[in-house]
Design a protein around this ligand. Structure first.
Ligand code: R5P
Length: 297
């Protein structure tokens, strides 16, 4: 395969893993900050041909978007014929609709900003809201890590487990994950009260006497998982839950919050860099094979 893979600063480990999967060497690209804070990009490799830029758009999203645009611009000016952004995690995807007057439509703003870069396509994994694709002016390839997560938990899965979607938005992901494992599903009816506070209003499906395996597309503050764990326990679920997520954002004290729940385990992909292992251990499942398969076409 004749292509060049460039790593932005957001997740060099994932870029490395993907390069290995694709059998490519990482293209040299210097990313520096000038004393005034401006980002400076300079390619040190031949990029004529196809280019993949690996840059999940996690915190700080603005900086990562700008860096992605600068790298794409440098590649295009240096003769790249086709440029694909590999952004498994897409920040602002949760701002896909306005919930109150006076708010901005964050997902569309992000789509316009990223869309202004000279990109030909973008690859995402378990996008919070698939319709966000419409905010981008070029094709979006949407992948799911549900099967990879299911295969990772299968060997240690407790007997009589039930897959739980902690809110209705997670149902599609939970169903695919459960189908792969041959397990039943249940769902939690959730209301968000604030940024770090949610309320479980009820449980749909039978969790009584079963070990809950809770799966969500992302964990940010941990409030959704906390509410779901308490809700299924109140409805008769058995024992500590196993928690799985695609995007481990883990903002603030989220890991400590999950630790206090006494969960059976935490399984997460490497769509974002995973830190603070000492706060809460987790099993990290690489999405590099999934990305590589999609990029190979
Ligand atoms: C929201 O609908 C998402 O699917 C997640 O449930 C949510 O973003 C998780 O956020 P937190 O961990 O802060 O509850």
């Amino acid at each position: 395969m004749s292509a060049t893979l460039i790593a932005g600063s957001a997740h060099p480990q994932l870029a490395d893993a993907l390069a290995k999967e694709l059998g490519l060497a990482l293209g040299r690209c210097s990313l520096e900050h000038f004393p005034d804070g401006e980002c400076h990009v300079q390619l040190g490799c031949d990029v004529r041909g196809e280019v993949f830029i690996v840059q999940p758009l996690g915190n700080p999203v603005g900086e990562h978007v700008l860096e992605l645009a600068l790298i794409a611009d440098a590649c295009r000016r240096a003769g790249a014929s086709r440029i694909t952004a590999v952004t498994p995690y897409l920040g602002y995807a949760r701002q896909d609709r306005r919930t109150a007057p006076g708010e901005a439509l964050g997902a569309q703003v992000l789509g316009r900003l990223v869309g202004s870069a000279p990109l030909d396509a973008i690859v995402v994994v378990d996008l919070h809201q698939p319709a966000v694709e419409g905010c981008f002016p070029f094709p979006m390839v949407q992948l799911s890590a549900a099967d990879a997560l299911a295969d990772a938990v299968k060997p240690t899965l407790p007997k009589d487990a039930v897959v739980v979607a902690p809110d209705l938005g997670a149902m599609r992901l939970a169903q695919r994950f459960a189908d792969r494992l041959g397990l039943p599903t249940a769902g939690v009816h959730k209301s968000r009260l604030g940024g770090a506070q949610v309320q479980a209003r009820g449980v749909i499906g039978d969790v009584k006497g079963k070990v809950p395996v809770i799966i969500d597309d992302m964990i940010t503050t941990g409030s959704t998982i906390e509410a779901a764990a308490h809700a299924v326990e109140a409805h008769g679920a058995l024992g500590a839950p196993l928690v799985c997520t695609v995007h481990g954002v883990f903002a603030g004290d989220a890991l400590a919050r999950l630790g206090k729940l006494g969960i059976r385990g935490l399984v997460v992909t490497d769509s974002l860099p995973q830190r603070d292992e000492a706060v809460l251990a987790r099993q990290v499942v690489s999405i590099a094979p999934l990305l590589a398969k999609a990029l190979k076409g």
